[in-house]
Design a protein around this ligand. Structure first.
Ligand code: PLP
Length: 409
């Protein structure tokens, strides 16, 4: 290796060790998200993140719900490594063998009416593209979204996001969104001849692990049909087995979206997103209607293919349904008489412990005192999104730690 590069690398590592990764990140990146006061993480294995001092953290969030197969699952690592040996990039204007194999495999697990896929790189990009497609099909620019929704951070997706902390700084600068209470009647009243799309998460993640009922979801479908609008389901967090089905909306018989946004679990840690569509949308799209340089790149496709095959081979969506149901029941019985806990809700391995008080300090104690990572969802909810490969023992350890932090103080 070139000695200048080696020296620079050594100097960089030294600075890193002296200043600490967290303070380097604060200085160079700014603090985009509140960072937990735990040592820098250097490795991942199964459901655990391993710090540079050797401490192991049980991550019951799968890293924002991303690593559905846990950290560094051998199927993903091998797929990425062997693809990297062959080809790391292939533009969309030439055919790619791994991309073709991937989209066939993906189509086999998608709802039958969504038979086309636009590959992209993240959740917000998937939502953004879905909104753009809906505008193109309907020639309308207003959309209906729910209070407590979260759809991403780019301009269109942010416009559909309720979370005031994310949206308020941009008030007056975003697209036209109508926010309604998560109620069937409110949606039916809000949708009109001006509506391009209704955008929903079947289970609201950031907003509090709110499971939307069949009546609401079907009412949204009907309202869209009545007014020529499109139904966009944001399954970025709920998809790929998380909620005990390939996609959470499949729990609602007869519900067929026009567009579905996917990310997070779709790549189990590799940056990958996709928009699934069919019917009216497929008819309206033309070459040039949309694009993405990195969308469908070979590394992402190899990772995505390994995710689909592994979820299928291990039956992880079904396992998430069974395990999540047992875990939620066990949390309910643990907290039945705990005055701090209002309820335990969720679907599959997407679970919220809803408190009567703010959740933040309990989540911080879980990390610092018990080496368990959990997420907030809204102010009062402890959100659990463990890898779908989590064991009963790991869930039990998590439940005990939650009980310890919530227990009599
Ligand atoms: C439901 C939902 N939609 C969209 C997004 C945005 O995804 P990304 O952060 O990959 O852009 C998120 C991220 O948390 C999400 O939970």
């Amino acid at each position: 290796m070139n000695s200048i590069a080696t020296d620079a690398g050594n100097a960089g590592r030294k600075a890193h060790a002296t200043a600490g990764a967290a303070s380097v990140e604060d200085r160079r990146l700014g603090t985009w998200a509140p960072r937990r006061p735990i040592p820098p993480i250097v490795r991942g294995e199964g459901c655990e993140l391993i710090a540079e001092n050797g401490d192991r953290y049980l991550d019951l969030t799968a890293g924002y719900g991303v690593c559905c197969l846990g950290y560094n699952h051998p199927a993903i690592v091998d797929a990425i490594k062997s693809q990297a040996d062959r080809l790391t990039f292939c533009p969309l204007n030439v055919s790619s063998a791994v991309r073709a194999e991937y989209v066939e495999a993906l189509a086999a697990v998608l709802p039958a009416t969504l038979d086309r896929v636009f590959p992209c790189n993240s959740g917000t990009e998937a939502v953004e593209g879905a909104l753009k497609f809906a505008a193109l099909v309907t020639r309308r620019s207003q959309s209906v979204a729910l209070r407590s929704s979260f759809h991403g951070r780019t301009l269109g997706a942010l416009a559909m996001t309720w979370n005031p902390a994310a949206r308020r700084p941009y008030d007056g600068l975003l697209h036209d969104a109508v926010f309604v209470q998560p109620e069937a009647e409110a949606i039916e009243q809000a949708v009109s001849e001006e509506t391009a799309a209704v955008v929903l998460e079947p289970v609201q993640g950031e907003g509090g692990v709110n499971v939307l009922g069949d009546d609401l979801l079907l009412a949204a479908r009907r309202a869209c049909d009545r007014h020529g609008a499109l139904l966009i389901l944001d399954e970025v967090q709920t998809g790929f087995g998380r909620c005990g089905n390939w996609f959470a909306h499949q729990h609602t018989p007869g519900l067929e979206p026009d567009l579905m946004a996917m990310a997070k679990g779709i790549g189990s840690g590799f940056p990958l997103g996709a928009i699934a569509y069919g019917g009216r949308v497929a008819e309206a799209l033309r070459p040039g209607s949309h694009g993405s340089t990195y969308g469908g790149n070979p590394l992402a496709c190899a990772a995505g293919l390994a995710v689909v095959e592994t979820l299928r081979r291990l039956g992880l969506p079904e396992r998430a349904a069974a395990m999540g149901g047992r875990f939620a029941d066990s949390l309910r019985s643990r907290f039945a008489s705990n005055p701090r806990v209002r309820e335990v809700r969720g679907r599959g391995l997407m679970i919220g412990v809803v408190l009567r008080e703010r959740a933040g300090r309990h989540i911080a104690r879980l990390a610092t005192e018990h080496r368990i990572l959990a997420l907030p969802a809204g102010p009062n909810v402890i959100r659990l999104l463990p890898p779908l490969t989590v064991t009963e023992e790991e869930l039990e350890r998590g439940a005990e730690a939650i009980q310890a932090v919530l227990g009599g103080e």
